[in-house]
Design a protein around this ligand. Structure first.
Ligand code: UGA
Length: 449
């Protein structure tokens, strides 16, 4: 495709977007200011763990379509599309910090050609686009602005982008929105070969292309994440009722989710949601709605339920030991915020480990991909191990905080021989409780009394 794209920011979204566009034959600059990240990408490697992405980066570099750089001056002037994929972390009060969003737009203005289209992929509160358009006009720039929210999940970033449910593009100029949709339609024509190159499974159904107003596109993104977070907190609330009444939350949610109007996904109860998106998008939506005079108390409840889950699980363990955890050896399996990623942002496993470290206990922890990332966030009293075996050896309690395949498929008889008579805490409700009990181990799930 004869067009040039610049992607600003090489995070999960930016690196995925840039390497996929480049692999589909589009000349793509990827602007990343962080020296070590840039070096890693130039060497054909992602700086975070993401299934299948390295071969796609390498293919982009070899074809010379992927051009990693730290320079706006080198990339932006010849680009027809500028994709802003910079981070929007949360502030201590829960609102979104848009400093990177505005500084990326400002740095772009002086280099951007008048016919360029500025595409916002960063998750921003509704109304942000209007402010950036204002910024362009103040600087006498006529670039078009389009919102193109991202729906990929970490761990399945390539699959979600190539085999999407929907591509949403919002903007007042329909022609510009259509040009952005055309980039994705081009990518769709290459998805079989890119999936093969990345060695990832392929999807089945065709997704939808949706054009909306600018404000709607901005609101669609946070509403999607808020709704999914609400499903999880709802399942966790019902799990507490199941614990109190003897019901099994997995049985309940399987049957409830079989109603097509509800759906089974994101109804898994456990230690709550973490990551760089749900926590900040829920608090950001609460905060931006308040600024617009709307009290979203439903989302406040979602957040409160989620915040309660790590201590809810710890209290279940404490009750198992008659209220006394003193000198117990506790093993934590899983430090990333979910399996399939090395990302530890707002990781429930780390939260549980740090809460437990305040007790008179001995804690060992392990993760297949996130050890160095987790080390900074963990209390210094926690010992990191290099293997699952050494982590659980001699443990009184083994907590499964993520469902990495190597954890949930680990033979129960081996757990029983390494940690005899231990209590297995299934904080993801992913294990077979009767199998655990058959091996003489105690089982604690969430909503699985
Ligand atoms: C989420 C959304 O799913 C993506 O669509 C979106 O693009 C992304 O945020 C984003 O805004 O960038 P992600 O944060 O990668 O993706 O992870 P999810 O797979 O959605 O999981 C989020 C958290 O919820 C994890 O901690 C996971 O373990 C937890 N979860 C998920 C549950 O506790 N129960 C469930 O049933 C499902």
């Amino acid at each position: 495709m004869n067009t040039t794209v610049t992607v600003l920011g090489a995070g999960y979204v930016g690196l995925t977007t840039a390497s996929l566009f480049a692999s589909s034959g589009i000349k793509t600059f990827l602007v990343e200011p962080n020296e070590s990240r840039l070096k890693s990408i130039k060497n054909g490697r992602s700086f975070f763990f993401e299934q299948g992405i390295d071969p796609v980066i390498q293919h982009g570099l070899e074809s010379k379509n992927l051009i990693p750089t730290d320079s706006y001056a080198e990339s932006v002037p010849e680009s027809d599309f500028i994709f802003s994929c910079v981070g929007t972390p949360d502030r201590p009060d829960g609102s979104s910090n848009l400093d990177f969003v505005f500084s990326a737009a400002k740095s772009t203005i002086e280099h951007m050609k008048p016919s360029a289209i500025y595409v916002q992929k960063s998750t921003v509160p509704v109304g942000t686009g209007e402010k950036i358009i204002e910024l362009f006009r103040e600087n006498d720039h006529s670039a078009e602005y389009v919102s193109n929210p991202e729906f990929l999940r970490e761990g399945t970033a390539l699959l979600d982008t190539l085999w999407f449910d929907r591509v949403v593009v919002g903007g007042d100029n329909k022609e510009s929105a259509q040009k952005v949709l055309d980039l994705y339609k081009h990518l769709e024509t290459k998805r079989e070969s890119i999936s093969k190159l990345a060695d990832i499974k392929t999807g089945e159904e065709n997704g939808e292309y949706i054009s909306t107003s600018l404000a709607s596109a901005e609101l669609i993104k946070v509403t999607s994440n808020a709704f999914l977070a609400m499903k999880i907190s709802f399942a966790n609330s019902i799990a507490k009722v199941a614990d109190a009444t003897g019901a099994d939350i997995n049985e309940v949610m399987y049957a409830v989710g079989s109603d097509k109007r509800i759906g089974r996904q994101f109804l898994n109860a456990g230690r709550g949601y973490g990551g760089g998106c749900f926590p900040k998008d829920v608090s950001g939506l609460i905060s931006s709605s308040l600024e617009n005079g709307v009290d979203l108390d439903i989302m406040q409840a979602v957040q409160d339920v989620n915040d309660s889950m790590p201590s809810y699980i710890i209290e279940k363990i404490r009750a198992k030991f008659n209220g006394n955890l003193n000198s117990k050896k506790i093993a934590i399996l899983g430090l990333s915020f979910k399996s399939g990623t090395s990302d530890v942002r707002k990781s429930p496993g780390i939260k549980i480990a740090n809460l437990l470290s305040k007790e008179e206990v001995e804690i060992s922890a392990y993760d297949p991909q996130a050890m160095s990332e987790a080390a900074e966030d963990l209390d210094k009293s926690i010992t990191l191990h290099e293997s699952l075996e050494s982590t659980i050896e001699g443990a009184d309690v083994v907590i499964f905080t993520t469902n990495w395949p190597e954890f949930i498929s680990y033979p129960t008889d081996k757990i029983a021989s390494l940690a005899p008579n231990s209590t297995i805490v299934d904080a993801m409700n992913s294990l077979d409780s009767s199998e655990v009990r058959q091996h003489g181990l105690a089982y604690l799930g969430v909503g699985k009394s």
